[in-house]
Design a protein around this ligand. Structure first.
Ligand SMILES: CC(C)(COP(=O)(O)OP(=O)(O)OC[C@H]1O[C@@H](n2cnc3c(N)ncnc32)[C@H](O)[C@@H]1OP(=O)(O)O)[C@@H](O)C(=O)NCCC(=O)NCCS
Length: 176
């Protein structure tokens, strides 16, 4: 299904339920903060979410199912050394945070949020590639990213506050 980058888009989940992807709006703030706290140890203050919404509104995606917010993907675009073309600088999309509530997982929601978020970072903010950090033990997320064409581009020792290492994973956006 072709991903739409403007306005809400309805999808049929793998179990037949319907869900909608759309841009984050301020009224979603409490729900997004609450999903973040439930599904990830990396928690951010409210202003951090608001700042991403203000700076990169088209690339802050939420998923709604049965009238409930069940997932979000928050992104930014940075300028720095490329993970794809070594020695060159690039506009790099950065997947800052993504989460889906447990009861809404394995339905394809993260995949479609990732596709919309990546395309939006390219279309609206000139990103040429995209990268993210992920815990080396986070097999579900690493599988998701590999399926979406990401490769491991580096490893940061003790990146997380509990001492766990992060992989940096990256992919080009040339094909999207
Ligand atoms: C990682 C996460 C966002 C995936 O969300 P999701 O909506 O369930 O993902 P999708 O349904 O789009 O899954 C797509 C593919 O990813 C892989 N995947 C997802 N969850 C997986 C799991 N638990 N085990 C193995 N592979 C998994 C599979 O290849 C899956 O395809 P399949 O269901 O056809 O086998 C979700 O598990 C989550 O919120 N985890 C906690 C927060 C987190 O770790 N965020 C990432 C931090 S970097």
């Amino acid at each position: 299904m072709e991903i739409v980058l403007e306005g809400p888009q309805e999808f049929t989940a793998k179990d037949g339920r319907r869900y909608v992807l759309r841009e984050f709006k301020m009224a979603d703030l409490n729900s997004v903060v609450s999903i973040n706290r439930r599904v990830l140890p990396e928690n951010y203050p409210e202003w951090f979410f608001v700042e991403h919404h203000m700076s990169f509104p088209k690339a802050f995606i939420v998923a709604e199912m049965d009238g409930e917010l069940v997932g979000y993907m928050m992104n930014r675009v940075e300028y720095g050394w490329s993970y794809i073309n070594k020695g060159k600088a690039a506009h790099k999309g950065h997947v800052v945070s993504i989460g889906v509530l447990p009861h809404a997982r394995r339905l394809g929601i993260a995949t479609n949020m990732m596709l919309r978020g990546m395309k939006a970072m390219k279309r609206f903010y000139d990103a040429e590639e995209v990268f993210l950090e992920v815990r080396v033990s986070n097999t579900p997320a690493i599988s998701l990213y590999k399926k979406l064409g990401y490769e491991i581009a580096g490893r940061i020792p003790r990146y997380y506050s509990d001492g766990e290492d992060a992989y940096i994973m990256a992919r080009t956006l040339a094909d999207l």
